[in-house]
Design a protein. Structure first.
Length: 100
């Protein structure tokens, strides 16, 4: 977390876009949420004004949702209630599929 906080301080970032990757990097739901919390906490410490979280349209389904869907709800809750970030945006892109 220290290196992220340092980078935010040096860059004087006012806005951070937070995108996590469960499928390739984190591999586990808990680890994806942990990554988001670390970055969110670093933003709080660095005084970042605005965090934009890329979530998904199933985030409110809770823990019963598939790993890469339900973990987003946990990240949203942390950002809203525990992070100390006053200004945030949560993007919930929909899903798309091919019916072929």
């Amino acid at each position: 977390k220290e290196s992220i906080t340092r980078a935010l301080n040096v860059s004087k970032a006012n806005v951070v876009v937070l995108i996590t990757d469960l499928l390739h990097i984190a591999k586990k739901r808990e680890r994806e949420v942990e990554h988001a919390k670390i970055i969110t906490d670093a933003c709080t410490e660095a005084g970042t004004n605005h965090v934009i979280l890329c979530s998904n349209n199933f985030a409110e389904c809770g823990p019963q949702a598939a790993n890469h869907l339900g973990s987003k709800g946990e990240m949203e809750a942390y950002l809203k209630k525990e992070s100390g970030i006053a200004c945030y945006t949560i993007l919930r892109p929909g899903t798309c599929g091919n019916s072929d």
